[in-house]
Write a protein that binds this ligand. Structure first.
Ligand code: AHZ
Length: 310
């Protein structure tokens, strides 16, 4: 009886609403009037909770088995999701982002400055996504990095096959014997937790994680930092990779092509993209030029397709 608008009791729901509206039917009293008579459709508080809970947990249930998991929604991870989601609409692509705000370091161009520099030919990615820029010859400039990130993010999130869990961290990997060659190890999934939980393992006990399995994991968690280079470091601590290459100093001309050309399946089942690769393979950093992140993301998507077609 207390459940006045549950799925089992539409009659009570009608009564509780007092307006005869069943789920999905708008109240006749709704009015958009900016002269002092703006009228919202009525709602009951728990309806809001249920609207979110149902969708969120349905999404979690569905994506427990995904086709591709992308770890990290920075410029590399989002570029990867864009290319993969666009070209492969049937794939279940699941993005896990530790931060509440997806976008990683791509909300600013460099330091605290907003313009974002992209060396050619990576400007073609901007054309694909529909992001305007100024042409400076060998490079282009987007007037605000947030224009790049928000446009890309909106396109990625509009794709029906892409799901993003933000405020969620990958805190471990699932590594199993490779069914094709039992002497090899294969990354078969990720272990996740809400980031606030991940940050509190030292203060609370028994907050066990969740899992998502997928034949392809793409790690794009950025260079070393509080959360960054996650898979690069975890592969070393599990003994699957011998040692970290460690990111080298800033050299734009060396860094960008090496990151793009080095984007690959670093261990069976796991592709690494973006600046995380510099920690894994010992590549230079490029500082505030973002073309390599877009091209590395796209290359990671192409590599993922190769694995899925095997
Ligand atoms: O929050 C992180 C960020 O959004 C997220 N992330 C890190 N660890 C994670 C984990 N689980 C889930 N364990 C995690 N998410 O990964 C995202 C990484 O984004 P980023 O912008 O830091 O990396 P990127 O490789 O996409 O772009 C790098 C941009 C840089 S750094 C740089 C330099 O230092 O020289 N130059 C450029 C262009």
């Amino acid at each position: 009886i207390a459940d006045s608008f549950g799925e089992q009791s539409p009659v009570l729901h009608q009564k509780a609403n007092g307006n005869g509206a069943l789920n999905g039917v708008m109240s006749p009293d709704v009015r958009e009037d900016y002269e002092g008579n703006y009228q919202f459709a009525p709602i009951e508080e728990a309806q809001v909770s249920r609207a979110m809970i149902k969708r969120y947990f349905d999404m979690m249930y569905d994506r427990a088995v995904s086709d591709v998991v992308i770890i990290g929604a920075g410029s590399a991870g989002l570029s990867c999701a864009y290319h993969l989601g666009n070209t492969q609409p049937d794939l279940k692509i699941t993005i896990i982002e530790a931060n509440v705000a997806p976008g990683g370091g791509a909300w600013l161009g460099g330091q605290l400055m907003s313009p974002m520099v992209i060396r050619k030919p990576a400007d073609r990615f901007l054309d694909e996504v529909g992001i305007p820029y100024e042409d400076e010859g060998n490079f282009v400039v987007v007037k605000h990095a947030a224009l790049f990130t928000s446009t890309l993010l909106s396109k990625v999130l509009s794709m029906e096959n892409v799901v993003l869990f933000n405020a969620t961290s990958v805190e471990d990997l699932i590594i199993l014997p490779d069914p094709v060659d039992l002497t090899r190890q294969r990354v078969a999934g990720v272990v996740t937790n809400w980031t606030l939980v991940s940050l509190n393992h030292d203060t609370q006990s028994c907050m066990d994680p969740n899992v998502i399995t997928a034949p392809v994991i793409i790690s794009s968690t950025g260079h070393d930092g509080p959360m960054g280079a996650f898979c690069a470091k975890r592969l070393v601590s599990t003994g699957v990779v011998k040692e970290l290459g460690n990111m080298r100093c800033l050299d734009m001309n060396r860094a960008e092509p090496s990151i793009v050309n080095g984007t690959k399946e670093v261990v069976p089942g796991l592709i690494m993209a973006g600046m995380e690769l510099s920690e894994h393979s010992g590549m230079n950093r490029m500082g505030p030029t973002f073309g390599a992140m877009m091209a590395s993301g796209k290359k990671a998507a192409i590599e993922a397709m190769k694995i899925l077609k095997k």
